[in-house]
Design a protein around this ligand. Structure first.
Ligand code: PAF
Length: 290
């Protein structure tokens, strides 16, 4: 695995691969990797000739009161995870490489960035879309891999790639969970034992609603009630919503197309998000896309 820190070195490394017609996969991350990231890297390595992983804690997607300065970092461990998961290139740019002096051009996502997390993190998806577009331009991947846990992010990025004709397939990989259901997240490291127990109530609610859906429950209001019941023990739920998986508009009435049941909550001072997809069998048979 080669480690590069500048865009020039990255391009020099990837140019010959591209000229040989090699398929390049890309996994953008903010580091402090866990098995969810390793799964993305392994999937990329299985489907592509070379896999680039970037680690860049992107300042423009953090709000003023958010955890940019304290965001967890462990480069040595991250490097080992990348190596074991079969990454070919690790790209570790400094902030000045990504945002040089005078930087002033941004990607403004449309209304997909407004609901759910967008309501509570103004400017977040503008920062995500901008850095991902820039990273796509630097790496020029054939395929880029993102985790379903950041569901709204995947929808915003897919839309951006289509709208801007970026020649990349955005692949969304199902959320990796601990054995007890907790969705893997770099922020889980902030949870002490008691907070972790409360965090578990989020996936408990979502998975209960998914089980009810799979047993035939289609009424959105009922599914939300089922999800909300265990979450009463969580400190503060920012939102729990059932939305169309493509438009992110709230589902009124029965779930007759793929829906995303999404939650964001504070457990102590840690903000966590999670979601499950609910796909009616007819939509699944017709290949309904998340
Ligand atoms: O999901 C993340 O880790 C980040 O939002 C991403 C896609 C790497 C952009 O900074």
């Amino acid at each position: 695995m080669r480690v590069v820190r500048t865009i020039a070195d990255l391009r020099a490394l990837l140019r010959p691969l591209r000229e040989e017609g090699k398929r390049i996969g890309f996994v953008p991350t903010m580091g402090f990797l866990h098995d969810g990231h390793a799964t993305l890297i392994r999937q990329s390595a299985a489907r592509c000739d070379a896999t680039v992983v970037s680690i860049f804690v992107n300042p423009t997607q953090f709000g003023l009161s958010e955890d940019l300065a304290s965001y967890p970092r462990d480069l040595e461990r991250d490097q080992n995870i990348c190596l074991e998961a079969d990454a070919s290139v690790l790209f570790l740019p400094e902030a000045a490489e990504i945002y040089p002096t005078g930087f002033q051009t941004h990607i403004e996502p449309g209304r997909l960035a407004d609901p759910l997390c967008g309501r509570f993190r103004p400017g977040h998806f503008r920062g995500v879309a901008t850095v991902v577009a820039k990273l796509f331009n630097m790496v020029q991947p054939d395929l880029a891999f993102f985790g379903q846990k950041d569901f709204q992010q995947t929808v915003v990025i897919r839309r951006m790639a289509r709208d801007l004709n970026l020649p990349v397939d955005v692949v969304v990989v199902p959320t990796v969970r601990e054995a007890d259901g907790l969705a893997l997240s770099s922020r889980n490291t902030y949870l002490d034992e008691d907070a972790r127990r409360r965090a578990l109530l989020l996936s408990e609610g979502l998975l209960a609603a998914k089980a009810a859906f799979e047993a035939g429950e289609r009424l959105g209001t009922r599914l939300l009630e089922i999800a909300r019941a265990p979450m009463a023990g969580v400190d503060s739920i920012q939102y729990l919503e059932l939305v169309d998986s493509q438009s992110l508009e709230p589902i009124q009435g029965p779930v007759d197309r793929t829906a995303a049941l999404c939650v964001a909550a504070y457990v102590g001072s840690t903000r966590l998000i999670d979601n499950v997809l609910l796909t009616p069998p007819v939509a699944a048979a017709a290949g309904s896309q998340a």
